[in-house]
Design a protein around this ligand. Sequence first.
Ligand SMILES: [Zn+2]
Ligand SMILES: [Zn+2]
Length: 273
Amino acid sequence: MKAAILTKPGPVDGNPLSVRDVPIPTVETGYALLKVLACGICRTDLHIIEGELPPKLPCIIPGHEIVAEVVQSPDSTFRVGTRVGVSWIGGTDGTCRFCRLDRENLCDHPVYTGYTHTGGYAEYTTARTDFLYRLPDSLEDAVAAPLMCAGMIGYHSLRVADVKRGQKVGLFGFGSCAQILIHVLHAWDCKVYVSTREERHQKLARQLGAVWAGQGDEVPPTPLDRAVTFAPLSSPSTKAALWQSMQSIWTIYRNSTTTQFSGENGNCGASPI
Ligand SMILES: [Zn+2]
Ligand SMILES: [Zn+2]
Protein backbone atom coordinates (compact mmCIF):
# COMPACT_ATOMS: atom_id res chain seq x y z
CA MET A 1 0.00 0.00 0.00
CA LYS A 2 1.01 3.65 -0.34
CA ALA A 3 1.63 5.53 2.91
CA ALA A 4 3.09 8.84 4.08
CA ILE A 5 5.80 7.90 6.56
CA LEU A 6 7.68 9.96 9.08
CA THR A 7 11.15 8.73 9.96
CA LYS A 8 12.87 11.94 10.97
CA PRO A 9 10.79 14.86 12.30
CA GLY A 10 11.61 18.30 10.93
CA PRO A 11 10.07 21.54 9.68
CA VAL A 12 7.22 20.86 7.25
CA ASP A 13 8.92 23.10 4.68
CA GLY A 14 11.56 20.35 4.38
CA ASN A 15 8.94 17.67 3.54
CA PRO A 16 9.73 15.26 6.39
CA LEU A 17 6.94 12.91 5.25
CA SER A 18 7.80 10.58 2.41
CA VAL A 19 5.24 8.62 0.39
CA ARG A 20 6.35 5.00 -0.01
CA ASP A 21 5.09 1.52 -0.80
CA VAL A 22 4.91 -0.45 2.45
CA PRO A 23 3.20 -3.71 3.50
CA ILE A 24 -0.43 -3.56 4.63
CA PRO A 25 -0.27 -3.57 8.46
CA THR A 26 -0.62 -6.82 10.36
CA VAL A 27 -3.85 -7.08 12.33
CA GLU A 28 -3.29 -7.65 16.04
CA THR A 29 -5.82 -9.26 18.38
CA GLY A 30 -8.71 -6.90 19.08
CA TYR A 31 -7.94 -4.76 16.04
CA ALA A 32 -9.75 -4.33 12.71
CA LEU A 33 -8.12 -3.80 9.34
CA LEU A 34 -9.48 -0.63 7.73
CA LYS A 35 -9.39 0.83 4.23
CA VAL A 36 -8.91 4.58 4.66
CA LEU A 37 -11.48 6.73 2.83
CA ALA A 38 -10.43 10.13 4.22
CA CYS A 39 -8.08 11.51 6.87
CA GLY A 40 -8.01 15.05 8.21
CA ILE A 41 -4.96 17.01 9.28
CA CYS A 42 -4.79 18.22 12.88
CA ARG A 43 -2.40 20.62 14.54
CA THR A 44 -1.12 17.68 16.62
CA ASP A 45 -0.07 15.95 13.38
CA LEU A 46 2.14 18.98 12.74
CA HIS A 47 3.54 18.74 16.29
CA ILE A 48 4.43 15.10 15.59
CA ILE A 49 5.83 15.74 12.11
CA GLU A 50 7.94 18.69 13.29
CA GLY A 51 9.15 16.86 16.43
CA GLU A 52 7.51 19.06 19.06
CA LEU A 53 6.04 15.81 20.37
CA PRO A 54 9.04 13.48 20.70
CA PRO A 55 9.00 10.37 18.46
CA LYS A 56 7.83 7.18 20.17
CA LEU A 57 8.63 4.81 17.30
CA PRO A 58 11.47 4.65 14.72
CA CYS A 59 8.92 5.53 12.03
CA ILE A 60 5.23 6.34 12.07
CA ILE A 61 2.34 6.93 9.69
CA PRO A 62 0.57 9.99 11.19
CA GLY A 63 -3.10 10.94 10.90
CA HIS A 64 -5.86 10.56 13.49
CA GLU A 65 -9.00 12.02 11.91
CA ILE A 66 -9.79 8.87 10.01
CA VAL A 67 -12.88 7.78 8.10
CA ALA A 68 -12.52 4.21 6.89
CA GLU A 69 -14.25 1.05 5.79
CA VAL A 70 -13.86 -2.19 7.73
CA VAL A 71 -11.99 -4.80 5.67
CA GLN A 72 -11.38 -7.40 8.36
CA SER A 73 -12.79 -7.45 11.87
CA PRO A 74 -12.89 -9.84 14.82
CA ASP A 75 -15.92 -7.96 16.21
CA SER A 76 -19.36 -8.75 14.76
CA THR A 77 -20.51 -5.24 15.75
CA PHE A 78 -18.38 -3.90 12.92
CA ARG A 79 -18.94 -6.13 9.92
CA VAL A 80 -16.89 -5.95 6.73
CA GLY A 81 -17.98 -2.89 4.73
CA THR A 82 -19.08 -0.83 7.78
CA ARG A 83 -17.96 2.80 7.61
CA VAL A 84 -16.23 3.87 10.82
CA GLY A 85 -14.30 6.75 12.35
CA VAL A 86 -11.02 6.58 14.29
CA SER A 87 -9.79 9.35 16.56
CA TRP A 88 -6.61 10.37 18.43
CA ILE A 89 -7.27 8.12 21.39
CA GLY A 90 -6.89 4.68 19.85
CA GLY A 91 -6.94 2.75 23.11
CA THR A 92 -6.63 2.95 26.89
CA ASP A 93 -5.72 0.49 29.64
CA GLY A 94 -9.15 0.72 31.27
CA THR A 95 -7.61 0.26 34.70
CA CYS A 96 -5.64 3.39 35.66
CA ARG A 97 -6.90 6.08 38.08
CA PHE A 98 -8.26 8.18 35.19
CA CYS A 99 -9.98 5.34 33.35
CA ARG A 100 -11.66 4.30 36.60
CA LEU A 101 -13.08 7.83 36.89
CA ASP A 102 -14.43 7.75 33.28
CA ARG A 103 -11.74 10.22 32.21
CA GLU A 104 -10.03 7.95 29.74
CA ASN A 105 -8.73 10.92 27.75
CA LEU A 106 -6.17 11.28 30.54
CA CYS A 107 -5.23 7.57 30.65
CA ASP A 108 -1.77 6.73 31.99
CA HIS A 109 -1.16 4.12 29.25
CA PRO A 110 -2.92 5.34 26.13
CA VAL A 111 -2.60 4.34 22.49
CA TYR A 112 -2.45 7.35 20.20
CA THR A 113 -3.51 6.96 16.60
CA GLY A 114 -0.80 8.20 14.26
CA TYR A 115 1.71 8.59 17.11
CA THR A 116 2.14 5.38 19.09
CA HIS A 117 0.09 3.34 16.61
CA THR A 118 -0.11 3.49 12.83
CA GLY A 119 -2.40 6.26 11.54
CA GLY A 120 -4.46 7.31 8.58
CA TYR A 121 -2.07 8.82 6.02
CA ALA A 122 -2.15 5.52 4.18
CA GLU A 123 -4.41 3.30 2.10
CA TYR A 124 -4.93 0.93 5.03
CA THR A 125 -4.60 1.13 8.79
CA THR A 126 -5.64 -0.82 11.87
CA ALA A 127 -7.55 0.26 14.96
CA ARG A 128 -8.91 -1.29 18.14
CA THR A 129 -12.54 -2.28 17.54
CA ASP A 130 -13.62 -0.89 20.93
CA PHE A 131 -12.37 2.53 19.80
CA LEU A 132 -14.18 2.62 16.44
CA TYR A 133 -17.08 5.03 15.87
CA ARG A 134 -19.98 4.12 13.63
CA LEU A 135 -20.74 7.03 11.27
CA PRO A 136 -24.14 8.08 9.90
CA ASP A 137 -24.58 7.72 6.13
CA SER A 138 -25.60 11.38 5.88
CA LEU A 139 -22.03 12.58 6.47
CA GLU A 140 -19.63 12.54 3.53
CA ASP A 141 -16.16 11.10 4.22
CA ALA A 142 -14.32 14.43 4.00
CA VAL A 143 -16.93 16.16 6.17
CA ALA A 144 -16.86 13.47 8.84
CA ALA A 145 -13.04 13.31 9.11
CA PRO A 146 -12.43 16.57 11.05
CA LEU A 147 -15.19 15.61 13.49
CA MET A 148 -12.96 12.74 14.66
CA CYS A 149 -10.71 15.19 16.53
CA ALA A 150 -11.57 18.90 16.29
CA GLY A 151 -15.31 18.23 16.33
CA MET A 152 -15.16 15.58 19.02
CA ILE A 153 -13.06 17.48 21.57
CA GLY A 154 -14.89 20.72 20.83
CA TYR A 155 -18.26 19.10 21.45
CA HIS A 156 -16.88 17.50 24.61
CA SER A 157 -15.87 20.94 25.88
CA LEU A 158 -19.41 22.28 25.29
CA ARG A 159 -20.82 19.38 27.28
CA VAL A 160 -18.36 19.86 30.15
CA ALA A 161 -19.06 23.62 30.16
CA ASP A 162 -22.76 22.66 30.37
CA VAL A 163 -23.80 25.07 27.63
CA LYS A 164 -27.58 25.48 27.51
CA ARG A 165 -29.83 26.44 24.60
CA GLY A 166 -30.03 30.22 24.03
CA GLN A 167 -27.02 31.16 26.18
CA LYS A 168 -24.34 33.71 25.41
CA VAL A 169 -21.17 31.74 24.78
CA GLY A 170 -17.63 33.04 24.38
CA LEU A 171 -15.05 31.25 22.26
CA PHE A 172 -11.49 32.35 23.03
CA GLY A 173 -9.45 31.33 20.01
CA PHE A 174 -10.99 30.49 16.64
CA GLY A 175 -9.15 27.55 15.11
CA SER A 176 -10.68 24.42 13.64
CA CYS A 177 -12.44 23.34 16.86
CA ALA A 178 -14.18 26.67 17.33
CA GLN A 179 -15.04 26.90 13.62
CA ILE A 180 -16.97 23.65 13.97
CA LEU A 181 -18.49 24.55 17.35
CA ILE A 182 -20.01 27.80 16.15
CA HIS A 183 -22.39 25.75 13.96
CA VAL A 184 -23.38 23.59 16.93
CA LEU A 185 -23.96 26.70 19.05
CA HIS A 186 -26.14 28.28 16.36
CA ALA A 187 -28.18 25.09 16.17
CA TRP A 188 -28.71 25.54 19.93
CA ASP A 189 -29.83 29.19 19.38
CA CYS A 190 -26.81 30.47 21.31
CA LYS A 191 -25.25 33.86 20.71
CA VAL A 192 -21.54 33.48 20.03
CA TYR A 193 -18.80 35.96 20.99
CA VAL A 194 -15.32 35.30 19.62
CA SER A 195 -12.02 36.67 20.94
CA THR A 196 -9.10 35.80 18.72
CA ARG A 197 -5.70 37.26 17.90
CA GLU A 198 -5.78 36.96 14.15
CA GLU A 199 -7.81 39.43 12.10
CA ARG A 200 -8.65 36.79 9.46
CA HIS A 201 -10.16 34.64 12.18
CA GLN A 202 -12.21 37.58 13.50
CA LYS A 203 -13.49 38.14 9.96
CA LEU A 204 -14.30 34.46 9.54
CA ALA A 205 -16.12 34.41 12.91
CA ARG A 206 -18.37 37.28 11.77
CA GLN A 207 -18.98 35.53 8.44
CA LEU A 208 -20.00 32.41 10.34
CA GLY A 209 -22.52 34.38 12.40
CA ALA A 210 -20.70 35.49 15.58
CA VAL A 211 -22.56 38.47 17.04
CA TRP A 212 -19.20 39.95 18.04
CA ALA A 213 -15.55 39.24 17.24
CA GLY A 214 -12.60 41.05 18.80
CA GLN A 215 -8.94 40.77 19.75
CA GLY A 216 -7.72 37.92 21.97
CA ASP A 217 -7.37 40.23 24.96
CA GLU A 218 -10.61 42.16 24.34
CA VAL A 219 -13.53 41.72 26.70
CA PRO A 220 -16.77 40.91 24.84
CA PRO A 221 -19.35 43.75 25.07
CA THR A 222 -21.78 41.79 27.21
CA PRO A 223 -21.38 39.37 30.14
CA LEU A 224 -21.29 35.75 29.00
CA ASP A 225 -22.99 32.69 30.42
CA ARG A 226 -20.30 30.24 29.37
CA ALA A 227 -16.85 30.39 27.79
CA VAL A 228 -14.55 27.89 26.14
CA THR A 229 -10.94 28.77 25.53
CA PHE A 230 -8.86 27.21 22.80
CA ALA A 231 -6.02 29.70 23.32
CA PRO A 232 -3.07 29.19 25.68
CA LEU A 233 -3.86 30.71 29.07
CA SER A 234 -0.26 31.84 29.47
CA SER A 235 -1.17 35.34 28.29
CA PRO A 236 -2.27 37.42 31.31
CA SER A 237 -4.36 39.70 29.06
CA THR A 238 -6.28 36.74 27.56
CA LYS A 239 -6.82 35.33 31.02
CA ALA A 240 -8.06 38.67 32.30
CA ALA A 241 -10.42 39.12 29.35
CA LEU A 242 -11.79 35.64 29.87
CA TRP A 243 -12.55 36.16 33.54
CA GLN A 244 -13.97 39.65 33.07
CA SER A 245 -16.36 38.38 30.42
CA MET A 246 -18.12 36.03 32.78
CA GLN A 247 -21.08 37.28 34.76
CA SER A 248 -20.16 34.97 37.60
CA ILE A 249 -17.94 31.95 38.12
CA TRP A 250 -19.51 29.67 35.59
CA THR A 251 -17.69 26.81 34.01
CA ILE A 252 -14.76 27.83 31.87
CA TYR A 253 -13.44 25.02 29.85
CA ARG A 254 -9.98 24.91 28.44
CA ASN A 255 -9.49 22.81 25.39
CA SER A 256 -5.76 22.62 25.13
CA THR A 257 -2.78 20.61 26.24
CA THR A 258 -3.27 18.07 29.01
CA THR A 259 0.40 17.94 29.86
CA GLN A 260 -0.05 19.31 33.34
CA PHE A 261 -2.44 16.51 34.19
CA SER A 262 -0.96 13.37 32.81
CA GLY A 263 2.44 13.99 31.37
CA GLU A 264 2.10 13.52 27.65
CA ASN A 265 -1.41 13.31 26.35
CA GLY A 266 -0.64 15.79 23.60
CA ASN A 267 -2.99 18.47 22.36
CA CYS A 268 -5.93 16.34 21.34
CA GLY A 269 -7.04 15.19 24.75
CA ALA A 270 -9.36 17.52 26.58
CA SER A 271 -9.28 18.44 30.21
CA PRO A 272 -11.38 20.62 32.48
CA ILE A 273 -9.80 23.28 34.66
ZN1 LIG B 1 -6.15 4.32 31.80
ZN1 LIG C 1 -6.10 16.03 16.78
